[in-house]
Every structure is written in structure tokens, then in C-alpha cells.
Design a protein around this ligand. Structure first.
Ligand SMILES: [Zn+2]
Length: 374
């Protein structure tokens, strides 16, 4: 946290991030298709590797031909000059033109791929639509009557392709996981199957790479504690049906603008940054969470209060603070400090795997409270 405050706005780097699982799925590997860039800037690299040489750059809205996919995280694309390169495909929405039919009694069409965005139209059951792009359970569509926008993929049925190769195993799974459509249900979050189903959550493990964060009295770096904590939370939230994105999934340095930028790009339902606190006063102890906009105070306090319950540490309250990842976040966001690395008592509990499970349970409960009161 100390270091976070000291950080200045970092140089505007293009958006290249640590692995972000499941952000993007291809209908079929090796099928030529088009992709639309959804990041401000997207580096094109020589190889499917974040450390590989940058050979070009794409910008938001650019459309490129996808010629191959690798490990579900990288797409090989063709640049306008016919040169090829690889891009991290979290930032590429696959463009398609697949026919589909509305299955819900009434299906809301949103301006953006999230439930909170403006409703720009309503389609009735049986309406024919064309899917232009897909992202995280949402489809960008245009209807036969000209309505354009994003709809939840849970309530549409894709036409069966007649002349394509057999679907991959992955596609089988995604098809099979589609819930049966109850005509009275319009939105996935309300169908009661899994408590956090369809909620898009960004988990941000504080610090990383060259930025160690604070150091505990036993010599552990903050960055090495935030990562396993966030990974434990990730599993808990995924089990509850949430779509979880990680700003980092290994010991990588990620600039602050990319952390908040991820939440903004994908219109996350919640962004939670995880840190451990440090003070020169070794008696300082307890948990604190922060918000920037007043409207995010409930998110900050709901999560804090539940994590206090599960961990048993002291509640130092949710507070305003001018933190970069919160100030530059257009989505509901909070930063939680999970105890003091400089306090003997706090540190003796917070470095244990048991503590991470308690945090995960608390964050989960806090999100349930938060979403049920929204
Ligand atoms: Zn920190």
C-alpha cells in the first residue's frame, strides 16, 4: 500500500497483461475469422509470448483477420500489410456472423456487454439475430429488425453450422452448460442456479515483479502474499458462477493503469484489489478497505465486514482514499488491506493458507451481500 501511494501515473503502455483465463473463447480453433480490438492499444508480437518482440500495434476498433490460435490465450493475426503476428486475445473480440434465435420470452439488448448498461431494445422469442462478436458470455448482435447491441448468450440459440468441422471439446462443454430457458427469466443473474452466476469480477493481486510491496516482519514480500490470496478467492468465486479475471496470475509487474483499465474494458461488476498493510508503528493492526467514489462505499464495507467475520481480525473500517486503481476505475471498485505485515499478531495469521481460505469465504459473502442490496 505504501508503495502504491507513491506510484505516479505510469507511462501509458499498451495493454499487455498477465494471463487472464477464460476471457475469450473461440468457437473453433484454426478457423479463419475476424477479430475486433477492444483495448485502447494492443501490441502485436512476433511470437505467442508476452516477452517476444513487438512487431506492430493495433488500436480500439481495428478489425483483423485471425489465422490461428494457441493455448487459448494467443491469436495469430494478419496485419493490413500482410505481415503476421500474435496478440494476447483477451483484447480481441472474435467477429463472426453466426445466425441465432432468441429463446427468452423477452430479451433485453444492452448497449455494452454487462447487465448494468443501458437497455437499447427488447427482442421477443423467436426473433432471428446475427451474432457479430462474442465476449464473456455476451454476444454482440443485430436483429432482423435492425436492433443492435449486446445480449446474454444464455438466452439465444445459435444456428447449427451445416458445413463446419466437428466442434471441439470445448465447444461441446459450452453448449452443454447452457441452462434451459425459463421464459419468465430475462437475465442470467436472476436464474438462481449459482449465486454469482454471470457476475464479472476483476481480482487484482497488489504489486508484483519488480514491485515487492511491503515486507513482513518474517521477511515475506507483500507481492508473494497477495497472489496466492487472490488465487484462492478466484477459485471460490468461480465455484459460485462468477466470471473472474485476474490482473496478474504470476510474479509480473503490471502498471496501475492496466489494472484499473482491465475493469473498465470489460465493464466489470466489481474490481477488488488485495493488499497487506505496513506501518512503522508495530502496534497498528486490523483490516481496512478503501473506496474512491462514495457510491462504492457499500462494496468496500460489505466485503470488509464479511472478511473481518471470517478472519477474526480487527475492523478498522472502510474509508475514502485517493488511490490510483480506484480513482481511475469506472466500475464498482474497492481495495482491501488484509492486516499488517508489521504487526506480530496479524502477521502470524495472515501468512497462512488457512487465512486465504477465510479471506475467500469473506469476499464471497461480501459480494453476495453487495449484489443482493443493489
Ligand atoms: Zn500494497
Amino acid at each position: 500500500m505504501k508503495n502504491l501511494r507513491l506510484m505516479k501515473v505510469l507511462t501509458a503502455l499498451s495493454i499487455v497483461a498477465a494471463p487472464l483465463p477464460e476471457l475469450h473463447q473461440h468457437a473453433l480453433a484454426n478457423t479463419a475469422s475476424q477479430g475486433t480490438v477492444i483495448a485502447d492499444d494492443l501490441n502485436v508480437r512476433a511470437q505467442a509470448d508476452m516477452s517476444s518482440k513487438i512487431v506492430g500495434q493495433l488500436h480500439q476498433g481495428d478489425t483483423v483477420e485471425i489465422i490461428d490460435s494457441k493455448n487459448n490465450n494467443w491469436d495469430q493475426i494478419k496485419l493490413p500489410n500482410n505481415q503476421t503476428g500474435w496478440v494476447y486475445n483477451a483484447w480481441l473480440a472474435q467477429t463472426q456472423n453466426i445466425g441465432a434465435t432468441v429463446e427468452a420470452f423477452v430479451l433485453r439488448v444492452h448497449e455494452n456487454p454487462n447487465l448494468e448498461s443501458k437497455v437499447v431494445g427488447r427482442l421477443t422469442k423467436g426473433t432471428k439475430i446475427t451474432i457479430q462478436a462474442e465476449q464473456t458470455g455476451w454476444a454482440k448482435i443485430v436483429s432482423s429488425s435492425g436492433v443492435e447491441g449486446w445480449v446474454s448468450e444464455n438466452y439465444i440459440r445459435k444456428d447449427t453450422p451445416v458445413d463446419s468441422a466437428p466442434p471441439s471439446k470445448k465447444e461441446d462443454l459450452s453448449q452443454g452448460s447452457k441452462p434451459l430457458v425459463d421464459p419468465s427469466i430475462q437475465e442470467p443473474a436472476q436464474n438462481g442456479e449459482l449465486p454469482l452466476k454471470g457476475k464479472i469480477i476483476v481480482l487484482d493481486a497488489g504489486h508484483g515483479g519488480k514491485d515487492d510491496g511491503a515486507t513482513s516482519i518474517t521477511g515475506t514480500h507483500e507481492k508473494s502474499l497477495t497472489l496466492p490470496t487472490v488465487q484462492t478467492v478466484e477459485q471460490k468465486l468461480k465455484d459460485a458462477g462468477a466470471i473472474v479475471y485476474m490482473t496478474r496470475n504470476d510474479d509480473t509487474y503490471i502498471p496501475l493503469n492496466q489494472r484499473s483499465g482491465l475493469a473498465n474494458q470489460i465493464h466489470a461488476d466489481a474490481f477488488i484489489s488485495f493488499h497487506y498493510n505496513w506501518s512503522q508503528d508495530s502496534s497498528a493492526n486490523g483490516l481496512t478497505s478503501f473506496y474512491y467514489q462514495k457510491s462504492n462505499s457499500p462494496l468496500a464495507s460489505d466485503i470488509l465486514n464479511e472478511v473481518v467475520k471470517t478472519t477474526g481480525l480487527k475492523n478498522d473500517g472502510a474509508q475514502f482514499d485517493d488511490l490510483y486503481v480506484l480513482r481511475n476505475n469506472s466500475q464498482p471498485s474497492t481495495l482491501i488491506e488484509l492486516g499488517f505485515l508489521s504487526n506480530k499478531q496479524d502477521d502470524s495469521t495472515l501468512e497462512s493458507p488457512a487465512f486465504r481460505n477465510q479471506v475467500a469465504q469473506g469476499v464471497y459473502q461480501g459480494l453476495l451481500t453487495y449484489f443482493s442490496n443493489k
